[in-house]
Design a protein around this ligand. Sequence first.
Ligand SMILES: [Zn+2]
Length: 327
Amino acid sequence: MRGIVTYDRRDLRALREMGYLPFADGSGAGAPPGDAPAGRPAAVKPAPAAPVLPFPVHVFYEIKSVLGRVDPPVPGAHNMISCFGDNQAVEREPGLAAVGPGGMRAVRGTPYFDWDWVCPSDAAYRQRLLDLVEQAAAAPVAGLRLDTVSFPREGFCQCPRCRAAQAASGLDPATWRAAAIAGFVREAVARMGRQPGAGTEPAPRPPLSLTLYPDPYGDHQFRRFGLDLAQLAPLVDFFVVPIYDLHYSTTYWVETLAWGFRDLLGAVPFVVELYALNVDRKALLKAARVADAYADGILLAYERAPEAVRILEELGAPPAHSRLAGR
Ligand SMILES: [Zn+2]
């Protein structure tokens, strides 16, 4: 797989003009997403330009970021949804914040956290997320990607909602956390399959990917974040592992992490997402080739779209071993 990750509508416009994304019908060239009438997915018309690259380029767009901003679904793209990272939600309703040992709230300004984390047990917030998942899946998207799907850290969440839910489950805290997150993803998958007018036959759902924190060691995914990969793997089509640096002046650690995930995930495909904005091209390409040796492809994040396309052109087609090569 080869892909571009962006939160910038200017990149969507550029990618439409380059033929890597369809135009929203009626919006005209270069119009931002969101011109489709509310609640109705935008129709798709052929793009005007033929893509230069001889392999598919997947576009990933954050329709909901950790800032809490929500955009309408973007046809033709993998629509990314930040699940339990949401600054806006916690600002509006401080009681939503996940709570850890010693009463530590999982919010910005405290150690460990770059954004505010919502408690995964809040029923109303979960429903809002699931509504968004269903809305995006009903649009002609290339896929859905769930970000920040976990507890914020080990020892979280100890709020009254979570304590009551864990007690009612009869499970120990670690097992309950994993069941809570897997249960959310299972609900999301069910909502993705619920297409309007699908009749008796279940409609095929768009591909689903899920972002993992770049820690493949031991049982850290389980202990730190409440992610039981054995429960999650059957629910997703592939995982995404962001491995970010501003320079990639050394790459041994990229290789170590990518190989670690190859071992950890076994038969489940994963792609590595590299930070690409203003990174030296030679260093970025070296990091991409190192990660490519273990992963099923590379996504480039946040570089301007025309430059990102040029870097992908130089990188070339997905590796022969990629289990996502045809995508
Ligand atoms: Zn909680």
